[in-house]
Design a binder for this molecule. Structure first.
Ligand SMILES: [Zn+2]
Length: 206
């Protein structure tokens, strides 16, 4: 049971897990994807609340060990002040959890996917230099393309970008062969592997 405070100021306890094992609970993969994981209904006003409470999400058969960190703690993670449990990677906010679980579901390498996002951010910034693109991985389509959504290019529009599997394999090969080379080496900051490390923690931002 976890304590939740609704926007209506009602505080209540909800039956939400603080740890989930996706091998034991395979349906949770889909509920994470659909956005219903960690949701509950406020008993006072009936609102559906989508939370991002700190939660451990493990998938032993895929060697995945994640801690979902609330979006409110993003700055603590980026500045290296968030205490990560030994052996766990951090994902910040619900969207990053859904994204990373999809990467593992599709048998992809998280570092290679973040490296691809870095290239897509560069590309998006070339065409709209004033934008602040946020890129999410959505899955693999029927033609084996990796599908990404790009938010923040124009108001509320979402651009779809597809990356052929062949390009993914090339990037995978290069991050695996040279993990210490930039920009790949900058994608990981302690337990936090994300293109966000480059967007916010770049060399001239310190
Ligand atoms: Zn409420």
């Amino acid at each position: 049971m976890r304590k939740i405070t609704c926007n209506c100021e009602q505080t209540f306890t909800a039956d939400l897990p603080d740890e989930v094992d996706l091998d034991q609970s395979p349906d949770t993969v889909q509920s994470i994807n659909e956005g219903t994981f960690l949701s509950c209904i406020c008993p006072a006003c009936g609102a559906e609340l989508h939370t991002d409470l700190e939660t451990r999400v493990v998938w032993p058969s895929r060697s995945m060990k994640l801690v979902l960190v609330p979006e409110l703690s993003r700055f603590a993670v980026l500045s290296g002040r968030y205490e990560a449990a030994e052996g766990y990677d951090l994902v910040v906010g619900y969207a990053e959890l859904a994204d990373r679980v999809t990467v593992y579901r599709d048998g992809l390498d998280p570092l290679a996917v973040e490296a691809l996002k870095f290239h897509l951010v560069q590309k998006a910034l070339e065409s709209s230099p004033e934008s602040a693109p946020i890129i999410s991985f959505e899955g693999v389509d029927a033609d084996s393309n990796l599908v990404f959504h790009v938010h923040g290019l124009r108001d509320s529009e979402i651009a779809v970008m597809k990356v052929p599997e062949k390009l993914y394999q090339t990037v995978y090969g290069s991050v695996t062969a040279k993990p210490d080379e930039e920009p790949h080496s900058l994608l990981r900051n302690g337990a936090y592997l994300s293109v966000q490390n480059l967007a916010f923690g770049g060399s001239d931002n310190d």
